[in-house]
Design a protein. Sequence first.
Length: 270
Amino acid sequence: GLCGSVSTMEKSHNTYVHNLTKQLRVLLRKNWILSVRNRRGAIFQILSPFFFLLFLFLINLAITSNKQFDKVHGVHRTQDVEPPAPLPECIKGEGMDTCYIFIYSPRGNEMIHRLVNNIRLNNDPTIPASAVRGFANLEEVNEFQFENQNITYGAMVFNNSQYSLDDPGITAEEFLTGLEWTLQYNHTSQHRRGNQIYNQEFFMMPFLGAIEQALVKMAHSDGICADEPCGPEDDSCCTSWKDDDTIDFRLNIVKYPHPELLAFSILGEA
C-alpha cells in the first residue's frame, strides 16, 4: 500500500511537469509565430526600452549642461573678489540699424556731458560717441525705449534737488550738491552662444562703477577743465580726468561662499 502511494505521487508530479513544459513550449511557439507575423510590433517591443533609456539620458544631459543650474548649485568655498568688467559693446539686433551702449538725460547740461565723456573715455575699449545718445528729459527716454525695445542696455537719468540742471552756468560744486540719478537697465532675458546673460553682472555693475568713478573724479577735480567747452561728441573734453592718478577708486564684486546643494541624477551615479 505505501509503495503504491509513493509511485502514484511521483507519476502525478511527472505528469504536472510534463504538462507545464508542454504548455510553455506551446506558448513560446505561439508568441514566436505572432512575432514573425507582426514584425513591426516585435521590433517595437525590443527597441522601446532603449528609446526610454535614451530619453532619460537626454534629460540628464540637459540638466547637467544647463549653465544656470550649474551657477545656482555651484560650490563657492571662498569669497571671490572680482573687478567689474568694462561696459560691453552693443550688438545690433535683428532688424536694427543702430544700437546704444547707454542713453542719458538731460542732454543740454555741460556737466553731464563731461560726466558722459569721462565714462566713454575711461572704458576699455573707448566707447565711441555714436554709441551714446542724450535726451532732453525722462519722458523722451521712456518713449524712446518703449518704441525701440532692446536697442540699448540701459539709461541714466539725472536730477538735482537744489539746482536746476537747465542752468547753463551751473558749477561742478553746484552740480554735485543735491545730485540725484536713476539707473535703468534692460531686464530682457538674453542668451549668447547658449549661455544666459545676467544683466546685473553684464551691464548694471560695470555701469554703476563707471558712474561712481566719474563722479568721484569730478568731485576731486576742483574745477579741472571747468573752462573747457564740452559737448556730447567732444572726445577731447576733460581728458585730464583720465590721466588723474591721484585717485585710487576701486569697485569690486564679492561672491559670497555658499554650501553645496545636492542634486541627484534621474539615472543615478555609477
